[in-house]
Design a protein. Structure first.
Length: 349
């Protein structure tokens, strides 16, 4: 059994490596500016969706205000780079500021609210995100309000191929880190909390501590994706704090598959390409001008036919197929054994 699992895991890892190599080669083969921009957004929002999947899929925490960390990452790099020169050292300092702010905010929110029931926590995170949105709109001397502002960045990030590769490498590293974290003993406890919180607590674990750790890690990764998003646009406004950003992460996670990580990447790609394609089709026919309605129909259909997300349903189907093959093989072996026993009895006679 262990050999079969190892073989299956090695094939799966080989498949992921081949996909990663294809994505690395892609900008040198297909050098379309629009395609690179869309793919860069896919990688950035995949990081954001994976951070949300850590909460929802592996810990069972529902948050409606996850965009607050994404927005902090955006404004950290934007305000910092506007105040200082556009050097690589200042980019690293801005990233450090974003990490510190996201860590402090996620730690504070976790300590104050994670003791509450899941729906109360979701509402409180939504309230905090709304508070930060109002603060960003009112503090015009710092944030320029809803109009937003542009900021300078180093030349390396202005090149679309370089930014594409940076976003891709960051996405791969984030996936590897979260995969290692989930497979660790701490990650196993988080999954157990998702499945049966009371039982884990009865075993002597301090659940609140594990939830806070998950919330902090998810907040840091979401802030990191916000930094990348601001760099890709070279512009920031208060829309990064809106609930639509959190709902995008929620849809990416659900469509791809909750609790799969890879599902967050798949969901990010589907949603980004669907939005881009439907907007372009508005030039073809007037019905596509209401692309949000069409997108909603697509989302409903995906949820109906893939109840566990695309990756989750595919894994379930593949596991069922393997099980059927195994049962057929065992039944054929047993029938062969019976026939051999019967033939042996006839020979004895």
């Amino acid at each position: 059994m262990n050999k079969l699992l190892t073989a299956k895991g090695s094939k799966y890892n080989l498949f992921l490596i081949l996909i990663s190599l294809c994505l690395i080669i892609m900008p040198f083969v297909y050098n379309s500016r629009t395609g690179l921009v869309v793919m860069t957004n896919v990688f950035i929002f995949a990081i954001f969706a994976m951070s949300y999947d850590l909460l929802l899929g592996y810990t069972g925490i529902v948050s409606f205000g996850h965009a607050m960390f994404f927005g902090i990452g955006n404004y950290s790099i934007a305000i910092f780079m506007r105040k200082v020169d556009d050097s690589y050292f200042n980019v690293l300092l801005a990233l450090l500021v974003a990490v510190v702010l996201c860590t402090l905010l996620s730690l504070l929110i976790g300590i104050l609210t994670l003791r509450l029931k899941s729906h109360f926590f979701a509402m409180l995170t939504l309230a905090v995100a709304g508070l930060l949105l109002v603060l960003a709109e009112k503090w015009r001397s710092l944030t320029m309000g809803g109009e937003g502002f542009t900021f300078p960045i180093p030349d390396l990030f202005k090149d679309r191929v370089s930014l594409y590769l940076i976003a891709l490498i960051c996405m791969i590293l984030t996936y590897l880190f979260l995969k290692r974290f989930i497979d660790s003993p701490l990650g196993k406890v988080l999954v157990a909390i998702r499945e049966n919180e009371r039982r884990v607590e009865s075993l002597g674990y301090r659940i609140i501590h594990y939830k806070i750790i998950a919330n902090v890690i998810a907040g840091i990764i979401a802030g990191f994706s916000g930094v990348l998003y601001a760099i890709s646009l070279r512009f920031v406004n208060t829309a990064v704090f809106s609930i639509e950003v959190t709902l995008d992460a929620l849809m990416m996670t659900i469509i791809g598959g909750v609790g799969t990580l890879i599902g967050a990447i798949v969901g990010s790609g589907l949603i980004e390409f669907a939005q881009h394609s439907l907007k372009d089709l508005a030039k073809v026919h007037w019905i596509f001008e209401r692309w949000l309605i069409i997108f909603g129909i697509i989302y409903i259909l995906v949820v109906m036919f893939f109840p566990k997300g695309i990756v989750g349903t595919t894994r379930q189907w593949w596991a069922g197929r393997k099980m059927k093959k195994k049962m057929r093989g065992s039944s054929s072996h047993s029938s062969n054994d019976v026939s051999k026993q019967e033939s042996g009895l006839e020979m004895k006679k």
